[in-house]
Design a protein around this ligand. Structure first.
Ligand code: NAD
Ligand code: MG
Length: 385
C-alpha cells in the first residue's frame, strides 16, 4: 500500500509536532508532502528538514526568506499568506489535510481543502464551532471525510463505527476538569497565568490549555460533537473524569455504553485519523489496568464553571451564536494570557458578548465572519472596561 500523502497545517504546534512524530514512526504509511508554520520559523525549518515536504507555507515574504535560509534542501515551493495556506490545503499532491491551526485561522484553509476534495483530519475544533453547518455541507458536497483528531471525538468516532445511528442514545464527552476542578469559587479570582497553564493530564498549546481550565474547551467540544455526529446538542453530555483515560463514550438505546481508552497522548487519535481505517502497530504504549488502579467520574460544577451552559445556549440559539461565543472566548483568553483580566472574567466577557449580540436570520460564511469580527471588538471593549 502506498503511503497516504498528508499536509500538516500548523506543523509547529502541539498537535503538529505530535503528527510529525506519528509520520516518523510510520514512514511506509504516512508521507508529509506539505507543512505550514506561523511564528516559529526555526521550528518549521527543523520539522521540514526532518521530513522534507515539497511544499511549505508561512505568513509572509520575510518568514519565507528566513525559512529558506534554514532549510538544508530545496522545496518545490514556499507559499505565503492566507492565500498560500489555502493553496497548500488544496495541493494536488495531497490525499488528506490535518488542520491543526489554533482558533479561527483554520477555517478558510479547511474549506479550501474540502473544495479541492481532500479528506480532513480535524484538530481545530473552532472550525466546526464557527461554521459547522457550512463545513459539514462542504464535506458532503465534495464527498470528503472529516476524521476527528480531538481525542473525545476520535473516541466517539471509534465507538460509533459500523453502528446504526438509530441505536445511539447519547454521546458522553469526558473532561479532566482542569487544574481548578476542586477549587472553591471565590479563589478563582486569584488564578495566575502559570497556574492556569499547568494542565493536570495533557500537554497542549496555550489557548486550549486555558480553555480546559475554564471548561470552554468542553463547551466548544459539545458543539463540535453536535456537527461531527449529526446529533442534537441535548444528546451531548459531559462527565468529569480526572484521569483522562476514557476519552469519551457512547450510550446506546439498550443502555449499553461503549468507551474508548488509551494513555493521554494525542499521537493515539492523530495516528488513527491519519491511517484510518487501518490500525497499525506503532510505538504507542498500551494501558496497564492494574497500574491505573481506578477511574473516577463526577458531575461538572456548572454553577462555578458556566462555560458548558453558555456553549449549550449558543448551540441552541444556532446561527451566528456559536461563532460569537468562540470569538469572544478567543479574545478573553488572549487578554487573560496577557495579564490584563482576571480568570473569571473570561466567562463574564463571553456571557456579555453573547447577551449583547442579536441573532441574524441568514448565516453564510460572510455573515459568520462579520459576526466573528463584531464579537471580537465587543469582547475587547468589555475587557478594557
Ligand atoms: P498550538 O498553539 O500549539 O499550535 C498552533 C499552530 O497554529 C501552530 O503551528 C501555529 O503556527 C499555527 N497558527 C497559529 N495562528 C495561526 C494563523 N493565524 N494562521 C496560520 N497558522 C497559525 O496549538 P495546539 O495545541 O496544537 O492546538 C491546535 C488546534 O488543535 C486547536 O484548535 C486545539 O483546540 C486543537 N486541539 C489540540 C489538542 C492538543 O493536545 N494540543 C487536542 C485537541 C484539539
Ligand atoms: Mg479534546
Amino acid at each position: 500500500m502506498s503511503p497516504r500523502r498528508i499536509v500538516l497545517l500548523g506543523a509547529t504546534g502541539s498537535i503538529g509536532r505530535s503528527a510529525v512524530r506519528v509520520a516518523k514512526d510510520l514512514p511506509d504509511r504516512v508521507r508529509v508532502v506539505g507543512m505550514s508554520g506561523f511564528r516559529n520559523i526555526p521550528g518549521l525549518a527543523a520539522a521540514a528538514n526532518d521530513l522534507r515536504p515539497e511544499f511549505l507555507a508561512v505568513p509572509d515574504e520575510s518568514s519565507a526568506a528566513q525559512l529558506s535560509a534554514l532549510l538544508d534542501y530545496k522545496p518545490a515551493s514556499i507559499l505565503t499568506g492566507e492565500e498560500g495556506l489555502c493553496q497548500l490545503a488544496a495541493l494536488d499532491a495531497a490525499d488528506m489535510v490535518l488542520v491543526a491551526i489554533v482558533g479561527t485561522g483554520g477555517l478558510r484553509p479547511a474549506l479550501a481543502a474540502l473544495a479541492a476534495g481532500k479528506d480532513i483530519a480535524l484538530a481545530s475544533k473552532e472550525v466546526l464551532v464557527v461554521a459547522g453547518e457550512l463545513v459539514m455541507a462542504a464535506a458532503a458536497r465534495h464527498d470528503c471525510r472529516l476524521l476527528p483528531v480531538d481525542s473525545e471525538h476520535n473516541a466517539i468516532f471509534q465507538c460509533l463505527e459500523g453502528r446504526d445511528p438509530r441505536h445511539v442514545k447519547k454521546l458522553i464527552l469526558t473532561a479532566s476538569g482542569g487544574p481548578f476542578r476542586t477549587w472553591p469559587e471565590d479563589e478563582l479570582r486569584t488564578v495566575t497565568r502559570e497556574q492556569a497553564l499547568r494542565h493536570p493530564t495533557w500537554r497542549m498549546g496555550e489557548k486550549i490549555t486555558i480553555d480546559s481550565a475554564t471548561l470552554f474547551n468542553k463547551g466548544l467540544e459539545m458543539i463540535e460533537a453536535r456537527w461531527l455526529f449529526g446529533v442534537d446538542i441535548s444528546r451531548v453530555e459531559v462527565v468529569i473524569h480526572p484521569q483522562s483515560i476514557i476519552h469519551s463514550m457512547v450510550e446506546f438505546i439498550d443502555g449499553s455504553v461503549l468507551a474508548q481508552m488509551s494513555h493521554s497522548d494525542m499521537r493515539f487519535p492523530i495516528q488513527y485519523a491519519l491511517t484510518w481505517p487501518d490500525r497499525l502497530a506503532g510505538s504507542l504504549p498500551p494501558l496497564e489496568f492494574a497500574k491505573l488502579g481506578k477511574l473516577d467520574f463526577e458531575e461538572p460544577r456548572c454553577d462555578v464553571f458556566p462555560a458548558l451552559d453558555l456553549a449549550r445556549q449558543a448551540s441552541e440559539r444556532g446561527g451566528i451564536a456559536p461563532a460569537v461565543l468562540n470569538a469572544a472566548n478567543e479574545v478573553a483568553v488572549a487578554e487573560f494570557l496577557a495579564g490584563r483580566i482576571a480568570f473569571p472574567r473570561i466567562w463574564e466577557i463571553v456571557a456579555r458578548v453573547l447577551g449583547e449580540t442579536a441573532d441574524v436570520p441568514r448565516h453564510d460564511l460572510d455573515s459568520l465572519l462579520a459576526a466573528d469580527q463584531a464579537a471580537r471588538s465587543l469582547a475587547a471593549r468589555c475587557a478594557a472596561a
